[in-house]
Design a protein around this ligand. Structure first.
Ligand code: PTT
Ligand code: SF4
Length: 611
């Protein structure tokens, strides 16, 4: 087997037993890597209905066949588990040195089970695995923890850690790796914390097996150089992801005031141009030739990396139009290890329910100092922070009084920074994303606004959502590489197929990847349905307020307009039809069989009847 190592490491924190297991050629070809490995293992090994914060949940850390190879942007790793925020499948993807180190240590993935009896960190050096007490870093933020581990194990060590939010099981706690890198929006950090696992450190010394090593080396290095050249010709090197902020404001898609508004006259104060002017450092992932992390100084003088999502959710959505202030909130989220998108969504919802007079509280839009204090309380689950640590869906269920209408989430995950009150295709992308309302799988918004009629619910939009889900949620999350060279610089998808073939010695084409992607989407959906057997299509709808005419913008380019619920329903029907899922959004038996998921369909049938 080339490309893959063909081995996983199973680590039981309760018994401190470790076991190497072989991955068969059939398994790796069927699931490829990253998210593919994760969903198959979670489906096979998790008992339905388990407590995601209990010892029976498993944390998967998985790389893919092209991970760690010197080629554009191959320093990424997938982390996955049953999500404590949503109760469904959860994952995230982060840039980390662990990608390279894990493969060099001789593993494609880690399965972490059980719960340590004391705060622990793992040190994996090739075949040697140590369970070490984490008392020196338990209770510390992620910056200090990473610094301490780096000092002990050197700066090339692969490190994943959590901050206080993960330790205290904040339901949207993230896993951190290096400067500016974080992943696992649906509470992957809380899963680590629930296992008393503070960090994972990996160092490897072995060769990564590659089918055509010389050809791959040459191709990889020359492509890294080419990507760097294209980058310099685009706005990317100046503004990174934040270039999209001014555009979102212009096209009425910016989250402002808990997504009540879609633009602001003050947006220019926090846009990519201002950010670039304030830049003090640039951060990036390993093996990246187009680093996108723009760091500026926050109010306290820390370097803080701001991406678009962070500014949209901690800035405009909270009515904070000052970059150092936004950077301070972002720094705290990074240090505590809290997802910035959910944190922004939760604080905005909190300010909104207080403003509506639905609950009493001391927090208004625009109050940066109070937002900082609330983030601290969330991370430590103190006072109202304990309530806010549950995310908007559970908060709204407890508050009642119709507040779930404007809790901006889908399936329990807060919506990322695209306000789709009048963008049907992107609303469908949020509705059908496999972890809840995340933009990573079908970022159709620029295509939809620039190249289609915004008002239309044309079936082509559903088709495009699936095309993007196959590429982004399927291919990139299984070979495990950063998608930005393809999204932002127009680097052809065929390059990745070529790397894959040169590394594995196989001869795949895009259709082979689409089949894997469709299989993964079907099994992820099956996972959700098994957890929630009363499943119906309402799980795939965005918040009710996006359909409510009273929420329409009063002025501007989409004045008076909101989404049409019947037409959204028709678009969703067409999406299901294309996927061969039934009208409830459940894969049909025949579909599962065609995707080589016979065994899984028999298991699913125990929970719901399949059409
Ligand atoms: C990602 C989500 C995003 S998506 C952002 S900004 W983005 C937020 N970043 C956070 C952060 O930072 N700190 C924090 N405490 N919380 C944060 N929450 C938010 O998390 C990230 C980049 C980005 S920046 C994006 S889009 C792309 N995402 C990729 C992906 O998902 N897959 C893939 N194959 N390639 C990708 N490339 C890009 O990576 P989640 P990172 Mg992150 C500080 O993982 O859970 O999906 O959440 O990975 O290494 O930080 O790089 O405008
Ligand atoms: Fe990481 Fe950004 Fe480079 Fe992608 S483009 S690998 S997210 S630094």
């Amino acid at each position: 087997m080339k490309g893959w190592i063909g081995k996983l490491l199973r680590i039981d924190l309760t018994t401190k037993k470790v076991k190497e297991e072989q991955l068969s050629e059939q398994f790796v070809k069927k699931w490829v890597g990253g998210r593919g490995f994760a969903i198959k293992i979670l489906w096979d090994e998790l008992e339905p209905g388990i407590d995601p914060l209990g010892p029976k949940n498993k944390l998967i850390v998985a790389v893919g066949p092209i991970a760690g190879i010197p080629a554009p942007n191959t320093g990424k790793t997938v982390v996955a588990a049953k999500s404590p925020l949503t109760g469904g499948y959860g994952d995230g993807n982060l840039g980390t040195r662990l990608t390279i180190q894990l493969k060099k240590a001789g593993y494609d993935l880690l399965i972490i089970e059980g719960k340590a009896n004391i705060p622990t960190y793992l040190y994996i050096k090739d075949d040697k695995i140590e369970f070490l007490p984490a008392n020196e870093i338990w209770g510390q933020g992620s910056y200090k923890s990473i610094g301490w581990l780096n000092e002990k194990y050197g700066s090339s060590a692969g490190i994943l850690t959590i901050g206080q939010a993960g330790e205290n099981k904040v339901l949207y706690a993230m896993i951190r790796s290096m400067e500016g890198r974080a992943a696992g929006r649906p509470g992957m950090g809380a899963v680590m914390g629930s296992k008393n696992l503070k960090a994972i450190v990996v160092k490897g010394t072995k060769e990564i097996p590659v089918a055509e090593p010389e050809a791959m080396k040459e191709l990889g290095h020359s492509d890294l150089k080419k990507v760097r050249k294209i980058d310099q010709k685009t706005g990317w090197s100046k503004q990174g992801t934040t270039g999209v902020l001014a555009w979102c404001n212009e096209v009425a898609a910016l989250p402002v005031s808990n997504m009540r508004k879609t633009s602001s006259k003050d947006a220019w104060k926090i846009d990519g141009e201002r950010l670039n002017a304030a830049r003090v450092a640039t951060y990036g992932c390993p093996n990246c030739s187009m680093p996108c992390g723009i760091a500026i100084l926050d109010q306290e003088g820390h370097q803080s990396e701001l991406d678009y999502e962070n500014i949209g959710m901690l800035g405009s959505d909270l009515e904070i139009f000052d970059l150092p202030q936004v950077a301070s909130l972002n720094y705290l989220c990074d240090d505590y290890g809290i997802d910035t998108i959910s944190a922004g969504g939760v604080l905005a919802f909190y300010a909104d329910v207080i403003k509506q007079g639905v609950i009493k509280g001391d927090f208004k839009f625009g109050e940066t100092e109070k937002a900082k204090e609330l983030l601290r309380k969330i991370a430590y689950r103190e006072e109202e922070g304990d309530f806010l640590a549950q995310g908007t869906k559970k908060m709204a269920e407890k508050i009642g009084q119709g507040s779930s209408t404007y809790a901006m989430q889908v399936k329990g995950l807060e919506i990322s920074a695209y306000n789709c009150k009048f963008i049907p295709g992107m609303a469908l992308a949020f509705g059908t994303s496999s972890i809840g309302a995340h933009h990573k799988e079908a970022w159709i918004i620029t295509y939809e606004i620039n190249e289609t009629i915004r008002d239309s619910y044309d079936q082509g939009k559903a088709k495009k959502v699936i095309e993007l889900q196959r590429i982004r949620g399927g291919l990139f999350e299984t070979i495990v590489a950063c998608r930005f060279p393809w999204v932002e610089l127009g680097w052809g998808i065929d390059h990745y197929v070529e790397y894959f073939n040169k590394i594995t010695g196989l001869n795949w084409n895009l259709n082979d990847f689409w089949k894997v992607a469709d299989r993964i989407y079907a099994l992820i959906r099956a996972f959700w349905v098994r957890e929630f057997p009363d499943w119906d299509r309402n799980w795939d709808y965005p918040p009710e307020i996006w359909f409510n005419p009273s929420n329409a913008d009063k002025e501007g380019i989409i004045a008076g307009k909101v989404l049409d619920k019947d037409k959204y329903g028709q678009l969703l029907d067409y999406y299901y039809e294309l996927r061969n899922w039934d009208a409830r959004g459940i894969p049909k038996q025949k579909t599962m069989q065609e995707l080589d998921l016979e065994k899984e369909s028999v298991e699913l049938e125990k929970f719901v009847s399949l059409k």
